[in-house]
Design a protein around this ligand. Structure first.
Ligand code: ADP
Length: 627
């Protein structure tokens, strides 16, 4: 039973991939060639660090060959190869089990995209092949094994004969169907074009037997057919090329060849730095958030090459957490090959590179914001949260780097604005940068607390992300302007007159407020006559550092410490409802007074989006007055 279930799952996954993830079937070749290149990288690295291995450059290559009659396409590499166990673990997962797939996912280099997550780049082969056979001999192994599969149904593994270390992937290409032409994957020109398109910068030669019509030697008229093996790709890695020679498309191809993501990057950066430390880098700002971006499985980092040799798939030291969405690679001649993970952390060269990269990314984002606003907003939609976390974390150490990249929704502009834009618009007499927190723009729009600030014509920034207030509490000021929540005790804009009259009213109602406070003891710190409410009868404000919004966020956390904000119940004493409360008080109708007090308090909680302590009692109370 269980086994069947796995198979159903595997089949779904394969179907999904074949029909939707990869829109172009041709990329199967890119996937297989990338795998071959990775395998060669691994061997190359081994050879450079292990003296017992002889290094012969000529033995590092990838070969593509085909046979139209037999409908066979082969991709051969002289890389590190796979043992029997590796064949099972790396290629067997789909037909085997979902849990293994998960285990696999965590070990693999590219855990961050839909294909990479399952380690199924290889399975793209099934888009064009009805049978896939992989013969492999691992480095240091005497035996070779053949893995074979028709897709989701399962696979077989058996010993085979293979002379050289390396891997041979054999595809039995599907027959043409009414709407798919598979023959093209057995045509020389087509294969050549695909290799050129996606794998031109692979650093090892990709050889293929080609037939060309050439001028006969010594003649300028006569032609002859020439057949021979040729290297198809240009081999110079893209990062070693001159920027001027490259098109946006080349970078986009590199992005997908490397499986950095399935989206189109919003921006690429091609860095060629020379100085204390020389390095080259190609960095990308993705367009879409990887599905696992906010999960613990997501691992930040850049590929790290030492003089053209890959030494690490995800070097986390190269990226600060707040730029963890950046993808790409760094190559430096100043790094030694056999550098270990531990050593890297203290490596000075690496620190210099990281610092340099950080600035480059920041500048790139600022440029995006300045020159391609829409694209920046798209980017911010996906990764703005990460930037805000950056402001908040590390004790606010990075706020200088990040503050100009922040955006919030504006009450007056009805769109995302930067802090600089907000401050530039502030009327001279406005002291603070005002913000209001809530679940969504729609909800904040209705908050009674915003009434006075809005009435003044001041702009309010809407904080809808849970991290927003925490980030701002770190920032404290922007261009010497302090941030102020519309729910804070003192908004800094009540006119003196207003304040005085509220004070006198409060004096007049001192006893009444005191009794209300008694009735709500433990829940609120004070009851006050509001200076900010116009049309609403009641709201909550808060005193002290911890805001009501923060309380909500903290109480939603798993290790909820039951931390409470100091809440003040503000009453609009010009509201009819308050008159009713007063009447009950004067008439010494204790029951009614208590009823009204509780109703008002609960209303304030509801408006604030806080949970009622006793919803049943609340509805009973409403029924009481309706009767
Ligand atoms: P990914 O390349 O994203 O890790 P794949 O499904 O393409 O996922 O490949 C799974 C794993 O199989 C690779 O990580 C690698 O360990 C192994 N593999 C695939 N092709 C080869 C190859 N030609 N030589 C050696 N190992 C290979």
């Amino acid at each position: 039973m269980v086994k069947k279930q796995f198979q159903a799952e595997a089949k779904r996954l394969l179907d999904l991939m074949i029909n939707s993830i990869y829109t172009q079937k041709e990329i199967f070749l890119r996937e297989l060639i990338s795998n071959a290149s990775d395998a060669l990288d691994k061997l190359y690295y081994k050879a450079l660090t292990d003296d017992s291995l002889v290094f012969d450059k000529n033995n590092y290559y990838i070969k593509v060959s085909f046979d139209q009659e037999k409908r066979i396409l082969k991709i051969i590499d002289t890389g590190i190869g796979m043992t029997k166990k590796e064949l099972e673990d790396n290629l067997g997962i789909i037909a085997q089990s979902g849990s293994l797939a998960f285990k696999q996912e965590n070990e693999l280099k590219d855990g961050h995209n839909l294909i990479g997550q399952f380690g199924v780049g290889f399975y793209a082969a099934f888009m064009v092949a009805e049978v896939v056979t992989v013969s492999s001999k691992a480095l240091g192994s005497e035996e070779a094994y053949r893995w074979e599969s028709k897709g989701a149904d399962g696979y077989t593994i058996e010993p085979c004969v293979k002379g050289e270390v390396g891997t041979e992937v054999i595809l039995k290409i599907k027959e043409n169907t009414a709407d798919e032409n598979y023959d093209e994957y057995l045509e020389e020109h087509r294969l050549r074009a695909i290799i050129k398109k996606y794998s031109d910068f692979i650093r090892y030669p990709i050889k293929m037997k080609v037939t060309e019509t050439r001028l006969k030697e010594g003649s300028d008229k006569e032609y002859e057919d020439y057949t021979g093996e040729q290297i198809i790709n240009s081999m110079v890695p893209i990062w070693k090329k001159n920027k001027n020679e490259l098109k946006a498309e080349d970078y986009a191809n590199f992005y997908s060849e490397k499986r950095y993501g399935f989206d189109q990057p919003i921006r690429h950066m091609h860095i060629n730095a020379e100085g204390v430390v020389s390095y080259r880098a190609i960095l990308f700002i993705p367009e879409k958030m990887p599905y696992d971006f906010y999960t613990p499985e997501y691992e930040k980092g850049l590929e790290l090459y030492a003089n053209g040799v890959l030494i690490m798939n995800k070097c986390g030291e190269l990226l600060p957490d707040y730029f963890s969405f950046v993808k790409g690679m760094v190559d430096s001649e100043d790094l030694s090959l056999n550098i270990s993970r531990e050593m890297l952390q203290h490596n000075r060269q690496l620190q210099v590179i990281a610092k340099n990269i950080k600035t480059k990314i920041k500048n790139e984002l600022e440029d995006l914001l300045k020159n391609e606003r829409e694209k920046y907003e798209e980017f911010y939609q996906a990764f703005g949260r990460q930037l805000k976390y950056g402001v908040y974390s590390d004790f606010g150490n990075n706020k200088e780097v990040l503050q100009d990249l922040l955006m919030f929704y504006s009450s007056t502009e009805k769109k995302m604005v930067t802090l600089a834009e907000y401050v530039a618009r502030m009327p001279e007499e406005q002291k603070y940068i005002y913000y209001a927190s809530g679940e969504s723009v729609e909800r904040i729009e209705k908050l009674p607390q915003t009434e006075l600030v809005t009435d003044k014509g001041y702009e309010i920034l809407y904080f809808t992300d849970d991290v927003d207030e925490f980030a701002i509490s770190m920032l404290r000021t922007y261009q010497a302007k302090e941030f102020k929540s519309v729910s804070s005790g003192d908004l800094g804009l009540e006119t003196e007159e207003n304040k005085d009259s509220a004070d006198t009213e409060e004096q007049g109602n001192k006893e009444l407020f005191a009794q209300m406070k008694d009735l709500l003891s433990g829940k609120i710190k004070a009851v006050r006559a509001s200076t900010r409410l116009k049309s609403h009868p009641v709201c909550l404000s808060n005193e002290g550092e911890l805001t009501i919004e923060m309380e909500k966020i903290l109480s939603a956390m798993p290790n909820n410490q039951k931390i409470k904000a100091d809440k003040v119940l503000e009453i609009n004493i010009n509201h009819d409802v308050f008159k009713s409360l007063q009447e009950a008080y004067v008439a010494k109708d204790k029951e009614k007074f208590k009823l009204y007090t509780e109703l008002l308090y609960n209303q304030a909680l509801l408006i604030e989006g806080l949970a009622l302590e006793d919803p049943v009692e609340f509805t009973n109370n409403i029924c009481k007055i309706m009767r």
